[in-house]
Design a protein around this ligand. Structure first.
Ligand SMILES: [Zn+2]
Length: 193
């Protein structure tokens, strides 16, 4: 059996509709389809021809898991802050660091169940927060912190930039004594970033 024609493609970039082999030589696996006995790639990705199991599959170039989706939990740093919304630079999706830059928006109406007057009592520029993606319209990730596990996980004193400590109803700076307000997650100050 001559596998040379197929072999050279293993690990290589393939495009949708690209011929990968024939069913006489391979068993079509994920990311492929068969027409008239010929196996084609269904997606843009890397072809993997396993000569031992005789399986051919295509792995997506961009793993869908590394791009935030609706209901993804993300971690980001608060950037520009206004009274009714803040921008969040998303750098983590679940437990995984992201290589790309994704920007999220947290609006004051999505902070918690009850009415929140201003974002100044929710988070400040530089804080690290955990949020859930509730919409990705126009490639803008709209975030929500409306859950006890969501909210600020690390907050920094606006006077001296020291890490704030969570007290019963407020945040306190152990360095300068400054008192501030945040919408914190249940595990404030405990998680790894
Ligand atoms: Zn301070």
């Amino acid at each position: 059996m001559n596998l040379k024609a197929s072999e050279h493609k293993s690990g290589h970039l393939v495009l949708p509709g690209e011929r990968l082999g024939v069913i006489e030589e391979f068993i079509p696996d994920s990311g492929t389809y068969v027409r008239d006995g010929v196996i084609y790639s269904k997606i843009v990705g890397r072809a993997l021809m396993d000569l031992l199991s005789k399986r051919v599959s295509v792995y997506p170039l961009i793993n869908a898991e590394t791009v935030p989706k609706i209901s993804s939990t993300v971690i980001g740093q608060v950037g520009h802050a206004q009274s009714d919304n803040v921008l969040v630079r998303i750098f983590k999706l679940g437990d995984r660091s992201l290589s790309g830059v994704f920007t999220g928006v947290l609006h004051v109406s999505d902070v918690r169940e009850r009415y929140v007057k201003s974002m100044t009592e929710v988070c400040k520029t530089g804080d690290i927060l955990r949020a859930k993606v509730i919409s990705d319209k126009n490639q803008v990730y709209h975030l929500s912190t409306n859950d006890k596990n969501l909210g600020v996980v690390y907050a920094f004193c606006t006077r001296c930039a020291n890490l704030l400590e969570l007290k019963r109803y407020e945040m306190q700076c152990p360095n300068c004594g400054n008192i501030e307000k945040r919408k914190t997650a249940l595990d404030y100050g405990q998680g790894e970033i």
